[in-house]
Design a protein around this ligand. Sequence first.
Ligand SMILES: [Zn+2]
Length: 277
Amino acid sequence: MNNRKIFNVIILCVIIFIFLQIHFIYLLCFSKIQRVYSSQEENISAHKFSESEKNIRPDFVETILKKQEKHTNFYFAGPDSPQQIALTFDDGPSYKYTPVILDILEEYDVKATFFMLGKQIKKYPDLAARAAQKGHLIGNHTYSHERMKNLSSQEILDKEIEPTGKLIKKYTGQKTNLIRPPYGDIKEIQINFLSEKGYYIINWSLDLRDWDSCYNKPKIMLDRTAKYIHSGAILLLHDGGGDRSLTVEVLPDLIEFLRENNYVFVTVNELIEEINR
Ligand SMILES: [Zn+2]
């Protein structure tokens, strides 16, 4: 083999090696993206419906209410009548988005419910206080956003719920009995444990998917709302936990659209009267 041939073989080997590396990196990233995406799908298991259920609004609501009926203190939605709905914002307060969202809500005179994280209240106590001063309801979204299924019921109470409840009381003056589990994910035994302690678990019936970059375009979010909105709906949005610029962008149009369709905005405790008894 002359030098020229050896050189060609080396070049070929280098090209094959680079190709394999790129292929390997691609596979690694792609499978990671898939895993992240599927875990987000799992996260919304609490309000995930089959394709056939998705397209028929009465079944969709019916399914929620059936799940809800099994428990006394567990809600996905409020009653069918009157035509009231509750906007809920999770994972805040956040420095960047909570103030803007509060301003929009004030401009439209809408009262919402903020399920706050203890660790975020600790960072931004003034924002938690401001949300309460503006007349919004504050709920407990745990301290650290750890999945409840990784914790025992007692750990959830001691490490997540009570410390956050104390921070909410300290900075907002509100004594909340409302819990939203991270990802809406909670075990039956944990629902029973927490409801025995006097808490109410509040999930949602309409996820605007502002957490999901595949779905969080304003038009898609508005289309989802038009398709799935119903009286008694609890809408899931986020004011923290990531880039929420599209949530901010869609919010005025969302409020206007729902008002045009005669929906009245209330807080979760106004939507579900049983909570106040
Ligand atoms: Zn959350």
